[in-house]
Structures are given as C-alpha cells and as structure tokens.
Write a protein that binds this ligand. Sequence first.
Ligand SMILES: Cc1ncc(COP(=O)(O)O)c(C=O)c1O
Length: 421
Amino acid sequence: MSVQLSSFAKSLTVETAFSVLAVAKGLKAKGKDVVELEIGDSPFDSTASAKSTGVEAIQQNQSHYCPSPGLPVFREAAAKFVRDEFAIPAQAENVVVGPGAKVFEQFFCEAFLNPGDGVLVFSPYFPTYVPNILRRGARPVFASLKQANEFRPLISDIENFLKTDPSPRAVFLNSPHNPTGGVMTREDNEAIANLLRGKDIAIFSDEPYCHMAWKGRHESILAQPGMMDQSVAAYTFSKSYSMSGWRLGFAVAGTAIAESISKMINTTLSCTPPLVQLAGKAALERDAKERDEVMQKFRKKVELLTAGLNKIEGIKTLDPAGTFYVFPNVASICNRLGITSHGLALYLLEGADDQFGVACLGGECFGEAGGGFLRFSCAEPDDRLEQALAFLPKAFARTDRVTAYLETHPQFRLKAPYAEA
Ligand SMILES: Cc1ncc(COP(=O)(O)O)c(C=O)c1O
C-alpha cells in the first residue's frame, strides 16, 4: 500500500489569492494585458531604513541563531511602538517575533484550543483562520458580517456564541478587516472586552492593517483594561512597511501566553532571522513618515476605486473605512448573469476579453457570507485602476461571452440568487 497523507493534509484549504495570482501570471506570460487586483501585496518598495539596515546587518554578519522570542532590542522597540501608537500596555516580555503575522494564527490555536472547542469566526474571514482551527481538531463557528452594519462584528453574535455553543473557547477578530475593509470602533472593542473579560475565552486580534484605518485611528482590543492577559494580537511589516518578502511580524500577548508561544517558536522555527528583525526595528523607529506617506497613497487608491465602482450600474460599495481592499456588492449583476461572484471574478480575468483582463477574487473565497461580493486590492498604479474600471461595465454587457464562459465552467453557474441589498 502506498503512503497515505493524513486526513488533515488531504482536506487542507489554502488562500485562493495565490491560485488566481498563478492564473494571472500564466495569462500575462502568454501576452494578455492583466490588471492585477487579486493579491494583497504592497506595490511600493520597503521603507528606506529597513533596506539600509538590512544590508548593514548582513555586512556585520548578523547571520546566526538568536533567542526564539526575538532579539531583546526588537522586543523593546515593538513594545514601545504598540504603547505609543495604540495605547497597549506592553513591555518587551509581551512581544514575540515571527516571520509575518500569519504564523501566529497557528500558535494561537496551539496555545488555546483542544479538540472539539468552538471558535467564533466572523465571515467573510481571512482564509487561513479555518485550517489553523481545524489543525487542532477544533470547530469554527461562523457569524456573518453585514454590509448594512459596515462589516463590523455584532456583540449579539458573540453573546449568542457564548450562550449556545457547547464548548466556546475563542473568538477571532480582525480590524481593519480583510476582505471587507470594515473597521471596529473603540466602542465595539469596549463592548466585546466587557463581555469577555475574565471568562475562559481567548481572543485572536489580527491587526495587519493597523495603519490603514481611514476614519479616525486604529483601535486594538488589547488597549482595553485586562485584555492583554486573554488575547494575542498579531502585527506585520508586510503592509505598513511594504516588507512582505522579508517575512517579519510580531505578536503581543500576556506574559504567560508569550512564553508559551516562544516554546512553539523554539520547536518549529527556532527563531526569526536577526538581520530581518534589525531591519524591522529600524523601520519602526525611523520610517514612520515614509510609512504614513505611503498609507495616504493607498487611501487615495481605495477612494479612486470606490468612487469608480459606485458609478457602475448594479454595484454598491461602502465609503472606504480601512485596508487597501474594496469589497463591492455585485449581487444584482451575478443574479442577472446567473454566475457566482468568484465565477464573475474569473470571467473578468479569463473570459470577458481575449487581450485584456482584470484579476480579482469572489467574496466566497473568504467564506460563504462573502458570496455576491468581489474583492479588489489596490496594488496597481492609478492609470491601471482607471483602465480596470472602464473595462468592467463592458465586460458585464458581453452576455454572449458570459454564456460561453459558463458553458466551459459550469461550476460557476449560480444555483440560487444572492440576497440583494
Ligand atoms: C487579515 C490578514 N492576516 C494575516 C495576514 C498575513 O500577513 P503576513 O504577511 O504578515 O503573514 C494577512 C495578509 O494578507 C491578512 O490580510
């Protein structure tokens, strides 16, 4: 008998953005002009001090192992940063370093979940939350975020989870939110903290877009009294400092939780490269101005895309609140064309035109509640965003090409119409 993969390995689902990226690159290699709005990566260069300090660190042979939770100087700098920026009462011992924010989803689940435990996840959601919950044999429990509530979590959904779940154990929060762009207010955080404080419920607060709150400032639940002791907040350099390929992030948590996560780092990654940590420390300490200028560029792109989408018949997009994603409601267009929203996304890329395409994602790539929406990232220059906007209405009008696309891709036929706002 040949070697068998585990049932977990066989059932593992992945981020669709990377699969669509591969299709887009393949079409481009064959000569198609594709505007790439599928992947959540910054089109800008890593900030200046990060680059120069990284090069210096290599020259100075910072190329060996370092402590699993991170270089003490990095942990100090990150703690000061979250204290100053988000009023989180963190010290160095509350910070653990990792290669990006994503890995802390796994470590959080390993720290808190036992098989059968219930974990509340607001849908749509970042796609890797669920595999990381399932990795522990725990149970994702979904509550929908609604466009009518600006994609902010409802306290009543958390109350309901606590009341009805047989073994409620954790809640995943993400603000500013990928894919919807929703942003939680201080009042939202206060109400959730008041509900969960002191209970045996752990919170994963995913905050990669903490510098992309377009109305007011970013608020973390860890700034609420006592919440650090039952929470893990995850931060990354991928978005704010355009350092996605360096792989650098960190988590902030109560001391006992941070110590537990350090053991997980010790037994998997050993440590995060010290030269990368030194580059990140320099970015935190010296690149705030450059970062904020880049954030304003993102904001303008989001505004441009939102305004353009709202001029297209059948599309309804909220005013930008946060992130570099735009999440328009396209339910009426999908219903009229008889195509799912991810089918519509792939039609725009592959089927609508032979020479030109737009790569984006259907909202259902982020869970069932995302059906009837598209997610665009703003990762291209403004003139390319304008080209994409001009293309969409033409593509929606080519009903003969939609029919032909559905004939070759019947899995995208819409079985039941989406609810329209
Ligand atoms: C909500 C969310 N969490 C986590 C991540 C992972 O980021 P990193 O590059 O730091 O691993 C992303 C990246 O797109 C994200 O959107």
